[in-house]
Ligand binder design. Structure first.
Ligand code: ISL
Length: 543
């Protein structure tokens, strides 16, 4: 398998608005990222993924861009951004930016022009359709609203939006649009960034003819449509291949077979992808399903394309809350999930705060929430006549705000995140869970992550080794091997609040294994029958 720098990288995601506020406006900012770069660097990560900080009316936290060349005031200025890039590079790290080109903000000058009249030269830059029988052109649902279509009174047509009404979709069939986007990508790449995380990049191509969907609530018709690979190959040819960069596509609704079409090493499109079979489709821990997902992706991609590993990000509830036990076993469980993400095949992602085991939230009222997806859904369901409290409660577990609360730096007011009023409430558990406490405690989740990352740097088997699940059918234990040449790792994870036993396979019984890492203070050396405590994780090495 071809070795590359990015295959060996560990990525840390910075959701800057919730990271660290330096000017007291209640929003994290780029200066805050600069001030905490040593903290990130100390963890051992290689790449920072920065969520969108472009000019934006901020209806969807920066995913509604009104100027691709400017920096949002809340985040800072282009000069601060330039300093950030320089400071990241001077610490030997890399910076990748979010690329959001499926849609713009409705306040982007292109859309303002486009909507101004039917014969405006930019009309075709977005997707406009006539009403059908006086109604929406078809029955498609958007991510955030009951229809992808919004009627425009002035020109008496509908425009398409795959997300909020304020996020009109660009028309990628239009060559001028594509050229304009490529120009913008080169602008940032020429400044020296190291790549892009590409927002819903598989949504660019729409189904020709816009036919009604049989089941409109399954919105997978929005993605992976014919034409998408032509766009990505063109993007690669015209932009990407000219730079030594790394790209990761956000690709919802994708199967391993189709995933390879995006990241196959012979395809010249993207380097890696985020698939959503876990984050979107597995609401709570389901070991059987998770093993199956890992198996099919490994079998589909290994040796041909590179995968990513993540369990949470700014859209998905914090992993220790969603897939672990954030109460009695919070620390053990956070470490176990980290062990899994960092030892499965693919690039590991850490979402800010994950490294101290931050948890999801349960705020008392819908007014405490800001997530446009949650707010819109709440309104939609309440308008149907459902009980508001019941709707609210049903939306709590997966609200995107679960992972958007400020990073908890210390136990002072607002967790040391801001001297002002935070844009979103701080998780009330900050007195117990915070960076300062983690840095003082040698057994913290933070130092465990540091060890995991260091281990990865020392053991190429963690990156390039093959993968075999040796625990199929076990209800609580997930155990697998990674092998490269003479090196073998055995990873054993007990996903349970109870003790569980795992019999190691015959082939290991004759070998001498060394315990490399374990998430409890004292751990058993290798034996034929391993007794694992609640949420215990161990890595053994065989040479
Ligand atoms: O959040 C989700 C489910 O709760 C995801 O399905 C998510 O909406 C989807 O993966 C697309 O996300 C990306 O594009 C959105 C933006 O709101 C998200 O923050 C971004 O990650 C529109 O740009």
């Amino acid at each position: 398998m071809k070795k590359t720098w990015w295959k060996e990288a560990v990525v840390y995601q910075v959701y800057w608005r919730s990271f660290y506020d330096t000017d007291g406006d209640g929003y994290g900012d780029l200066q805050g990222v600069i001030e905490k770069l040593d903290y990130i660097k100390n963890l051992g990560v290689d790449v920072i993924w920065l969520n969108p900080c472009y000019e934006s009316p901020d209806k969807d936290n920066g995913y509604d861009i009104s100027d691709y060349y400017g920096v949002m005031e809340k985040a800072g200025t282009i000069d601060t951004w330039e300093t950030l890039l320089k400071e990241v590079h001077s610490r030997g790290m890399k910076l990748i930016m979010d690329l959001v080109v499926n849609h713009t903000s409705e306040l982007h000058p292109w859309f303002i022009e486009s909507r101004s009249s039917r014969d405006n030269p930019k009309r075709d830059w977005y997707i406009w359709k006539d009403p059908v029988d006086g109604k929406e052109p078809n029955n498609w649902r958007s991510y955030f609203t009951p229809s992808v279509w919004e009627y425009d009174e002035v020109t008496k047509q509908y425009y398409m939006h795959s997300f909020a009404i304020e996020q009109p979709d660009l028309n990628w069939e239009n060559a001028e649009v594509r050229e304009e986007i490529y120009k913008m990508m080169k602008f940032w790449l020429d400044k020296g960034i190291d790549g892009f995380r590409m927002d819903v990049i598989n949504l660019l191509a729409k189904i020709k003819g816009f036919p009604n969907a049989e089941n409109p609530s399954d919105i997978s018709y929005l993605g992976n449509n014919p034409g998408i690979h032509d766009y990505l190959q063109e993007m690669n040819e015209k932009v990407l291949r000219h730079y030594d960069i790394f790209t990761v596509g956000e690709i919802p609704f994708v199967t391993p077979k189709d995933g390879l079409l995006y990241v196959g090493e012979n395809r010249h499109e993207l380097h890696t992808l985020f698939h959503f079979q876990v984050a979107d489709d597995m609401p709570s821990w389901d070991i059987k399903r998770y093993k199956q997902i890992q198996k099919t992706w490994y079998e589909g991609m290994w040796g041909k394309g590179w995968n990513s590993q993540f369990l949470n990000n700014h859209d998905h509830t914090r992993q220790v809350t969603r897939y672990g036990n954030d109460k009695q076993y919070r620390v053990e469980s956070a470490k176990l999930l980290g062990t899994m993400v960092h030892t499965l095949p693919g690039m590991p992602y850490i979402f800010q705060g994950e490294e101290i085991g931050m948890t999801g939230v349960r705020f008392p009222s819908i007014d405490d929430y800001h997530d446009i997806a949650m707010k819109n859904k709440y309104r939609e369901e309440v308008q149907k006549g459902r009980d508001p409290q019941a709707v609210f409660e049903s939306l709590l577990p997966l609200s995107r705000d679960n992972s958007r609360t400020p990073v908890q730096w210390d136990d002072t007011e607002n967790a040391g995140f801001t001297s002002g009023t935070p844009w979103i409430k701080v998780n009330p558990n900050y007195k117990e869970i915070n960076v300062e406490a983690a840095l003082k405690d040698p057994n913290s989740v933070y130092y465990y992550y540091k060890k995991l990352i260091a281990l990865r740097k020392k053991n190429p088997v963690m990156i390039y080794g093959d993968y075999h699940d040796i625990s199929e059918g076990h209800e609580y234990i997930y155990a697998y091997t990674r092998r490269l040449n003479q090196d073998t790792l055995l990873i054993v994870l007990n996903h349970s609040d109870e003790e569980n036993t795992f019999e190691i396979p015959e082939s290991f019984k004759q070998q001498k294994g060394e315990l490399l890492l374990c998430n409890y203070e004292e751990c058993e050396e290798l034996s034929t029958s391993l007794i694992l405590r609640p949420h215990e994780a161990r890595i053994y090495s065989f040479v």
